[in-house]
Design a protein. Structure first.
Length: 218
């Protein structure tokens, strides 16, 4: 007696066992590819059809934007029909640059990419991505330490929004050590950050440092 909840592939196996001579080759099972195909088609969750236009979202705080960020934006713009660079509004932290300043900096450096847009979000990333019709979240991986955290976040995001996939891009070697935090630390101690951030961002950092020095002197 066959259990009623057996997958549809099971009868194929049973027919072969019950009637080994049906193909005239009693010692050979049906082609493995056919079995696997039957089983996968009956049991696997059907994938959603590919959207006509693939929209990806690249989230981050971008305080400030670095050449590592910009490299991922360039590559993402080439891979996807549309890339939305979304700035996190985190009310629990005091950023060096305001939300409006970060959005303005990003728009300055992505103006050569017509399929790149800049916006901001608060709350759950995947909810914002879904509202923008994005089906991909783009993330950069610089080192193994990044991967542990990003993998955890990718699994949680997929649980919350199964229709949104996470795509990881490895940082190029010359950008693998760059982070916004490190840039701010080096710059604050008088170090040279040329080549670590876009020129327009470096100019803004110098202006911000001058403003703080004026305030401190005053």
């Amino acid at each position: 007696m066959r259990p009623s909840n057996w997958p549809r592939a099971a009868p194929v196996l049973l027919r072969w066992r019950e009637d080994p001579g049906q193909r005239g080759e009693p010692n050979r099972p049906p082609a493995l590819a056919t079995l696997l195909s039957t089983f996968v088609e009956s049991e696997a969750t059907e994938l959603s059809p590919k959207p006509h236009s693939v929209i990806a979202m690249y989230p981050g705080s971008f305080d400030p934007i670095t050449n590592g960020h910009l490299d991922l934006i360039r590559r993402g713009a080439r891979l996807f029909d549309k890339l939305v660079v979304s700035v996190l509004r985190n009310h629990d932290k005091t950023p060096l640059f305001s939300l409006d300043e970060r959005i303005e900096m990003l728009r300055e450096v992505v103006q050569d990419y017509p399929n790149v847009e800049v916006d901001s979000f608060t709350g759950l990333l995947v909810d914002h991505a879904a509202a923008c019709l994005a089906t991909v979240v783009l993330r950069g991986i610089r080192a193994i330490s990044d991967y542990d955290y990003e993998l955890q976040m990718a699994h949680m995001n997929h649980r919350l929004q199964p229709g949104i996939e996470t795509v990881f891009l490895m940082s190029h070697e010359e950008n693998s050590f760059i982070s916004s935090r490190l840039v701010k630390e080096v710059f604050g101690l008088g170090g040279n950050i040329s080549g670590l951030v876009p020129p327009s961002v470096e100019a803004r950092l110098h202006r911000r440092l001058s403003e703080r020095q004026i305030v401190e002197v005053g």
